[in-house]
Design a binder for this molecule. Structure first.
Ligand SMILES: [Zn+2]
Ligand SMILES: [Zn+2]
Length: 540
């Protein structure tokens, strides 16, 4: 969930430039939450002094929070054509989403935002229209690489131009803020064109249906699959809303010129088995996406048979392995042949390996390096690489650190100078909540210990009126000796009321508190776990 901010000027009248506004995806450890976003309370407080938000490229981890968080900032947004069109298409897909003022800047273009001159420098990545930012101020040039790799044959989209980055280096680079994702991998990434060759081979050799799943935003990969299908005399069917949206925007922007039109999804049913390639969403095992539904035989239009081929043209993001493996195993049990990146070159990363990073440092020759966009291990490997490349100052930071990159006082080096408030927001249904919100903790507890609800009616004299009402959810029906847990609870409630002194029985809060303790204790004694317990005391 990327969000970077650059400040310029003394702290009492500093102006801010925000870069990217992304989301992260939650796993089962946060029940009921799909999306995680950066807490922008610091920028909200400073909103009068934000000169703009700049988007480097259209990946969810860089733009996915725009619709939810932009209203808190209210600043103008600047980006390049494909990223803008994709953000707009996504916004239109969300009913009630705010109209966001998107200003389109051409690739390679420069704009002045307050004290910052921002140049969009094209780079290769796994989505078209990705850019590094060259940020110029009166204190020098800072390069924010965004997500990038070196790929001279990217199939679709920008190349990372050595001459342009060398020219920036010649101009004199004060600091580089650079992608660390693949900093633990030696050498150079293979090219997207190598993947196209392999896909062409596999699709040409397939006898029956072929389904390819990949990241919806990877237009180059979609193009490669479409061209491989065409070469093998097959038609392409697109499956999944995210895929359709990206392809619509890519066609508008001319990124799929020359690729024959795709067939609507209902054509899949009547195309001969050796004349079709389906391109699907769900490469990360997302339960509601096409791939999972097909593996579960639960897709209205798409089914696979023994002898068909499924290609996972993707990398499984850490945390998604179980979901992806479940799908792969289900397909294999159905007799489907599954090809993954473990056995064939059918995926490349969009991020630079060490060899590519070394070249970037060689081109830019910065005085300061700040590793970003990675786990702590990646950041630390990146820091070591930058030092090996002769960078004088390497700044290690954690979320919220404010780093001085340059100062009018030349004796001051780059360093962490302040900690800004940071945190996480969760998208809970249609509501944004703080990660410390009670609801999330309660849901987590509910998920492993259930809930007991008890209602008792008490007279003004402190006598129980009628029988207590008890309702259980998420508890086993019987204890280890076969006794009904509802009875265990009922006995605990009656014993507790009997034992309570009369004066306390007239106090609803005291009754509630004692019953809660008694019920949790009794359940713990027979089950070994304490459920949540709600006691409602009604005075009659
Ligand atoms: Zn990216
Ligand atoms: Zn990213």
């Amino acid at each position: 969930m990327n969000l970077g901010i650059y400040g310029f000027g003394p702290s009492h009248r500093r102006q801010w430039l925000a870069v990217d506004l992304g989301v992260s995806f939650a796993g089962p450890e946060i029940p009921g939450i799909d999306l995680i976003m950066p807490d922008v309370r610091f920028l909200e407080k400073e909103r009068e002094r934000i000169v703009g938000l700049v988007l480097t490229h259209g990946h969810e981890d860089h733009v996915g929070a725009l619709v939810d968080l932009w209203p808190k900032l209210g600043c103008p947004v600047y980006t390049t054509p494909f990223t803008a069109a994709l953000a707009e298409a996504r916004r239109l897909g969300e009913p009630g989403a705010p109209k966001i003022p998107l200003h389109v800047v051409p690739s390679g273009g420069r704009i002045q935002l307050g004290p910052f001159e921002v140049e969009f420098v094209p780079v290769a990545h796994s989505i078209p229209d990705s850019h590094a930012l060259a940020l110029r101020t009166s204190l020098g040039l800072v390069v924010h690489t965004g997500d990038w790799k070196i790929d001279a044959t990217p199939v679709v989209g920008n190349v990372t131009d050595p001459a342009r980055f060398t020219a920036l280096g010649d101009e004199g680079v004060r600091a580089v803020i650079c992608d660390s994702t693949n900093a633990i991998r030696d050498g150079d990434s293979p090219s997207e064109a190598d993947v196209a060759v392999e896909l062409t081979k596999i699709i040409a050799g397939a006898k029956n249906r072929v389904a390819v799943t990949t990241f919806a935003s990877n237009v180059a990969r979609i193009r490669s699959v479409a061209e491989a299908a065409h070469a093998a005399g097959r038609e392409v069917v697109l499956v999944g809303r995210a895929m359709e949206r990206v392809v619509m925007v890519a066609r508008e922007q001319g990124l799929l010129n020359g690729v024959p039109p795709f067939r609507p999804v209902d054509a899949y049913g009547y195309l001969p088995r050796d004349k079709v390639v389906a391109i699907l969403t769900g490469s990360q095992g997302e339960p509601r996406a096409a791939m999972a539904r097909i593996a579960d035989d639960d897709h209205p239009e798409i089914a696979l048979s023994p002898g068909d081929t499924v290609i996972f043209s993707s990398r499984t993001i850490p945390g998604n392995e179980r979901a992806v493996n479940r799908i792969i195993n289900a397909l294999v049990l159905d007799g489907v042949e599954v090809v993954t990146d473990r056995t064939a070159l059918i995926h490349v990363s969009g991020h630079p390996r060490r060899g590519e990073m070394e070249r970037m440092y060689g081109w830019l020759r910065p005085q300061v390096a700040v590793p970003v966009h990675g786990e702590p291990l990646h950041l630390s490997e990146h820091a070591a690489l930058a030092r090996r490349m002769g960078v004088q100052q390497v700044v290690r930071l954690v979320d919220g650190d404010l780093v001085r990159l340059a100062s009018s006082d030349a004796s001051l080096g780059a360093d962490v100078v302040e900690e800004l408030p940071v945190g996480r927001l969760y998208k809970d249904g249609q509501v944004l909540v703080d990660s410390a919100d009670r609801a999330i903790q309660e849901r987590r507890r509910l998920s492993f210990a259930g809930i007991v609800s008890v209602a008792v009616a008490m007279s003004g004299k402190g006598e129980l009126v009628g029988d207590p009402m008890i309702d259980l959810s998420g508890l086993p029906a019987y204890d280890a000796r076969g006794k009904d847990i509802g009875e265990v609870i009922e006995e605990a409630v009656l014993d507790c009321l009997d034992a309570l002194p009369k004066a306390r029985r007239r106090d609803p809060d005291a009754v509630s508190e004692s019953l809660t303790r008694a019920v949790r204790g009794a359940v713990n004694a027979v089950w070994g776990k304490k459920p949540l317990c709600h006691v409602l005391v009604i005075t009659v």
